[in-house]
Design a protein around this ligand. Structure first.
Ligand code: GLU
Length: 327
């Protein structure tokens, strides 16, 4: 009997050890990290996939395994980083600024002190897409129309509200606002269930291709008259949407609008060596990375250090100093 107990105890210990080895938590030293992105038809989701592709190639060297999660967007990602539910996230530069300074969505909660920046990616245009038959020619034309401003948790919702506000329209009173995810909006527009939608996104993106290539004719609406917005908020810049990115859209000329930048963020709790390794691999593989999505066409190492308002994560700062990108 004693021998039996002894053997079963040993067997139990053995199986515990084995499972620890398999999951890598003891001997494999694998670190599992997750990056929060956005909807499947945006640019954040493929961007997360591209970062993961680069870092997972070196899993033997660093022991890092990155997985990608489709999420509600920028605001969700920042909140999930702060609660420890995500390790990395992609977020609009305006959302990064607001979170760090305790503004907008973070007014009640206050400054998000643990938010850390790594770098910037592509620029994102505040994109207003309308059904041609809705005859919406400007922001003003949205009055009384059914307009998707975006789901709570997304980055675009705040941009839509800002733009409407600057044009003197209240999103609560002057339009019939919907709170759909960006991935749902193109079909709703094609089906005639909404007249227009806002999406802050890099171009080209799957969602806009979907919205503009259906049976229903679709156009971009210029977002102009935004001088007050540009003066009031440091993170907006003027930008254009190239119509050549969407061959079936009815616009003939490139579209004027305002934009922000997609940024890569993490938490102060993410270990320095993990952030260092990811930053290094990303920057040292920038050329192959740029080939993975046309929205990255303008990326350079230097401009990837712009558009940041949270403190740099020490792991990223260490790499930038070594690479001579920062003093
Ligand atoms: N800018 C959007 C957001 O913050 C996401 C865009 C994308 O997924 O590419 O929610």
């Amino acid at each position: 009997m004693k021998l039996f107990t002894y053997i079963s105890q040993k067997l139990f210990l053995f199986s515990v050890m084995l499972s620890l080895i398999v999951t890598g938590s003891v001997y494999g030293k694998s670190k599992y990290v997750t990056v929060g992105t956005g909807g499947l038809t945006g640019v954040y989701y493929p961007t997360g996939g591209n970062i993961a592709k680069i870092i997972n190639k070196k899993k033997k060297e660093y022991g890092i395994r990155m997985s990608v999660e489709s999420t509600a967007g920028s605001v969700y990602n920042i909140n999930a980083l702060m609660s420890g539910d995500l390790d990395f996230g992609i977020a609009q530069s305006d959302r990064q600024y607001q979170a760090v300074n305790g503004l907008a969505e973070w007014k009640k909660k206050g400054p998000q002190k643990k938010l850390r920046a790594i770098c910037s990616f592509h620029s994102e245009a505040v994109t207003l897409v309308a059904a041609s038959k809705s005859k919406i020619g400007s922001i003003d034309g949205l009055k009384g129309k059914k307009v998707n401003i975006g789901n709570p948790g997304s980055g675009q919702r705040g941009n839509a509200v800002d733009v409407l506000d600057t044009a003197g329209l209240s999103w609560k009173k002057d339009i019939r606002a919907e709170s759909l995810k960006a991935s749902e909006a193109p079909k709703m527009l094609q089906d005639g269930r909404i007249d227009a939608f806002f999406y802050t996104v890099g171009h080209p993106s799957g969602a806009i291709t979907e919205a503009t290539s259906g049976r229903e004719k679709v156009k971009f609406v210029d977002i102009t008259g935004m001088d007050n917005l540009l003066k009031k908020y440091p993170y907006y810049t003027k930008t254009k949407i190239k119509v050549s990115d969407y061959p079936t859209v009815t616009n003939k000329k490139d579209v004027d609008t305002v934009g922000v930048t997609a940024t890569f963020v993490t938490s102060a709790d993410t270990p320095d060596d993990v952030v260092y390794a990811i930053t290094k691999e990303l920057f040292e593989n920038l050329e192959p990375f740029k080939k993975l999505h046309p929205a990255y066409a303008q990326l350079t190492k230097e401009n990837m250090l712009k558009g940041i308002s949270a403190p740099l994560h020490p792991g990223a700062a260490k790499f930038f100093k070594e690479a001579g990108l920062m003093k």
